[in-house]
Design a protein around this ligand. Structure first.
Ligand code: ADP
Ligand code: ADP
Length: 231
């Protein structure tokens, strides 16, 4: 479970102080699919980056699976991130001159898995996203939707408990966005907790819960209307 209590995040430059999050409290249960919406500049990315241990809060409490994150040093925080968190971004962030297999391999090498284990994981996630036949392709040889599916595969290869997505469909046309959303839904059904920032109200409504952030605070948190999907 992810639990934030009275999180505050202040960005300081020489002349400006920005309160990106204030009195920010939220709980996300294991297995939830939460969408996050709100005006531009309201703090959505800051929330996701703190939740994903890419940034630290200025103060407040953040418990991830009972671990008090504010008490961790940099290396323990990195370890928690590598073990528990997967990220996907609007821009896919694939390495252009590496084929798809090797793109997925990069973070696995970094974490020191042996080649047999890496291969097992890569083949498994390529199959999950339906792109096994393209393992040797370069990113530019795929559509945007396929590139995002590879970025999702790369995140899943770490076997994360939490998948954090920042505008994952922002660069995709509506048909590809729907495919990516279906993939995220099946990943969530398999047990991974998902938190997704989106501007798209239709996609936001498909999540089981929507939270709205306004001026750095949770302004609304409610179960989304149940979409009429077949089980
Ligand atoms: P959103 O994702 O909702 O658009 P952000 O979390 O990106 O909002 O930003 C929240 C506020 O914090 C904005 O005012 C933004 O300008 C500011 N901000 C975000 N990141 C930084 C940073 N690294 N340095 C200074 N200000 C930042
Ligand atoms: P393994 O088969 O190696 O035991 P897991 O079942 O633990 O792998 O799954 C590895 C990752 O893939 C996890 O993050 C899990 O959430 C995800 N996953 C598992 N099954 C599916 C599925 N059917 N669809 C999407 N993602 C899945």
């Amino acid at each position: 479970m992810l639990k934030m209590h009275n999180i505050r995040k202040v960005y300081r430059t020489d002349t400006i102080e920005t309160h990106a999050l204030r009195d920010f409290s939220l709980e996300v249960e294991e297995g939830e699919f939460v969408s996050v919406t709100g005006p531009s500049g309201s703090g959505k990315t800051t929330f996701l980056n703190i939740a994903g241990l890419l940034e630290t809060a200025t103060d407040g409490q953040y418990l991830l699976d009972g671990v008090d994150i504010s008490k961790l040093g940099d290396s323990d925080r990195s370890r928690q991130r590598n073990e528990k968190i997967g990220f996907i971004f609007q821009g896919f962030n694939l390495i252009p001159d590496l084929n798809l297999f090797d793109n997925i391999d990069v973070p696995l090498r970094y974490r020191g898995f042996n080649s047999k284990e890496r291969r097992r994981r890569i083949e498994h996630v390529l199959q999950l996203v339906g792109l096994s036949a393209r393992a040797k392709y370069l990113p530019a040889q795929l559509s945007g939707g396929q590139q995002q599916r590879i970025a999702i595969a790369r995140a899943l290869a770490g076997e994360p408990r939490f998948l954090l997505a920042d505008e994952p469909t922002g660069n995709l046309d509506s048909e590809m966005a729907a495919q990516v959303m279906e993939l995220l839904e099946s990943i969530n059904s398999a047990g991974t907790t998902i938190i997704m920032v989106t501007h798209d109200p239709e996609l936001a409504a498909r999540a089981r819960r929507n939270i709205q952030i306004v001026d750095g605070r949770v302004s609304d948190s409610k179960a989304a209307p149940v979409a009429p999907v077949a089980e």
